[in-house]
Design a protein around this ligand. Sequence first.
Ligand code: ADP
Ligand code: MG
Length: 224
Amino acid sequence: MTTALSLESVTLTYPDGDRALTALDEVSLTVAPGELVAVAGPSGSGKSSLLAVAATLLSPDAGRVVVAGRETTGMSGRDRTALRRERVGIVFQQANLLPSLTAAEQLLAVAHLRGANVREERARAEELLESVGLDAAKRRRRPHQLSGGERQRVNIARALFGGPSVLLVDEPTSALDHERGERVMALLAEVTRTHRTATVLVTHDRGLLGHADRVLTMRDGRLS
Ligand code: ADP
Ligand code: MG
């Protein structure tokens, strides 16, 4: 079977004056399709760095990163970007939605960039937004007309729109109250099953981990 996502002994350092700061210290992690792995850990422990490496946005100093069965070590920047576009969905803390576009258009803007037929993609965008809980009226709204939880739903739908094998989610509930956070977590568990993504979700909030298949802890760049 193809490995959806695998990190093997990944070490990542950042320059820090004359020295180097070790953000990831021999981190290994394999995630199967349809599995939701949560990584909890305090601020500064390396959670966002882990996602950046898994997303192939940063190359590790050592170790291997396999995305959708492809070994990314030594891949050109262009190939890496293509792999990321086709196979990786990313949900950041802030939704980063375009202010002038409706919810449905946020998804279609991605399709347009990929050169797809926008008309054909519209029905799929509407369907995906419906599946994350946005009714027809909400799908016509712009980001400022939606609540924080609804914006995060659009964000999740946008990440899923390209049919990723890997879904990477960074602190998705940090801007939400507990109840809305809980519902976004339930949604992420649901889309992980229905879209068969290998999902990694990082958070410093341990109270929201009940929906994960596995919970790991990050501390000082080490995963356990
Ligand atoms: P978390 O997401 O758990 O808060 P990060 O992965 O953002 O942790 O950061 C891990 C460590 O790496 C921290 O000590 C942080 O200050 C440092 N760090 C993160 N990004 C950079 C960067 N671009 N340059 C230098 N140091 C960084
Ligand atoms: Mg972070």
